[in-house]
Design a protein around this ligand. Structure first.
Ligand code: NI
Length: 229
C-alpha cells in the first residue's frame, strides 16, 4: 500500500501539466463604491486583465457617480446591493430596512439598467427574519471568506499577501474600491493567483460552476465545490 501511495505521489510530481489543468475558481468583491477615481483605476486594471468582479454598490454613491456605475455594468461585472445609506440593518426596523433596500435598488437600476439580485448588508450585519420581510426577501446574502481589512492600514503589499496566502477554490474575497492601496492590492492578487492557476469569476458564476443554487434569504460566506475535485 505504501509503495502504491509513493508511486502515485511520484506520478503526480511528474505530471505538473495535469495538476495545472484543474482550475481553482475565486471571486473578488468590492464594497461601498463607486468611489470616483479609485473605481475608475480598478476598472481599467480589471479590463486589462479581462477579469470580472462583483461590486456591491451603495445607492447614495451610485447617485454621486452614475456614469461609473453604468461603466461597471457595461464592462460585464456583477452588481449587487450594499444598501442605500450604508447604515447597519441590525440597528433598523424591518420597515426602515425595506425602505433603504428599495431606494438602493431604484438608484442602482436607474444608473446601470441592472436590478441587483445579490445583497451584502453593510458591515455584513443582518437579521434574516428582518430581511425575509423586506423587498430583498429573494436576494441571497453574500458575505465573504477572506477579509484582509484593506481599509485599516492601507498597505497594498500586506493586503495582497494576506489574501494570496489563504486563497482556496470557492473563496469570496472582500475588498473596497475606496482606497488607492486596495486597487493596487486587488490587481496584485489577480496577477499572483492567476499565476497559480486561479480563475477569477463573479459570485453568480462561482455558484454556477460549483452547481450551487443561490437561494433568497440564505447567507453564503464562500461557495463549496464538490469534494471529488
Ligand atoms: Ni460596507
Amino acid at each position: 500500500m505504501r509503495r502504491f501511495v509513493a508511486a502515485l505521489c511520484i506520478l503526480a510530481l511528474l505530471c505538473p501539466a495535469v495538476r495545472a489543468q484543474t482550475p481553482q475558481y475565486i471571486a473578488l468583491t468590492f464594497d461601498d463604491g463607486p468611489s470616483g477615481r479609485y473605481t475608475e483605476r480598478l476598472l481599467d486594471g480589471l479590463a486589462a486583465r479581462e477579469v470580472h468582479a462583483t461590486f456591491f454598490l451603495c445607492g447614495y454613491r451610485v447617485e454621486q457617480y452614475p456614469a461609473l456605475a453604468a461603466r461597471i455594468a457595461r464592462e460585464g461585472h456583477e452588481i449587487g446591493s450594499h444598501s442605500d445609506r450604508h447604515e447597519f440593518f441590525t440597528h433598523m426596523s424591518a420597515e426602515a430596512v425595506c425602505a433603504d433596500l428599495s431606494a438602493a435598488a431604484e438608484k442602482i437600476t436607474a444608473a446601470t439598467g441592472v436590478t441587483p439580485t445579490l445583497l451584502r448588508p453593510p458591515g455584513g450585519l443582518y437579521d434574516l427574519d428582518v430581511l425575509a420581510r423586506s423587498v430583498c426577501a429573494d436576494a441571497p446574502v453574500i458575505l465573504w471568506s477572506i477579509d484582509p481589512e484593506d481599509w485599516r492600514d492601507k498597505q497594498a503589499a500586506a493586503v495582497t499577501s494576506f489574501v494570496t496566502k489563504r486563497a482556496k477554490n470557492g473563496d469570496i474575497i472582500l475588498l473596497h474600491d475606496m482606497h488607492a492601496s486596495s486597487v493596487e492590492a486587488a490587481l496584485g492578487i489577480i496577477d499572483a493567483l492567476e499565476a497559480r492557476g486561479f480563475v477569477f469569476v463573479t459570485v453568480s458564476e462561482l455558484a454556477l460552476l460549483a452547481g450551487t443554487q443561490l437561494c433568497g434569504g440564505k447567507a453564503y460566506c464562500r461557495i463549496d465545490f464538490p469534494k471529488y475535485e
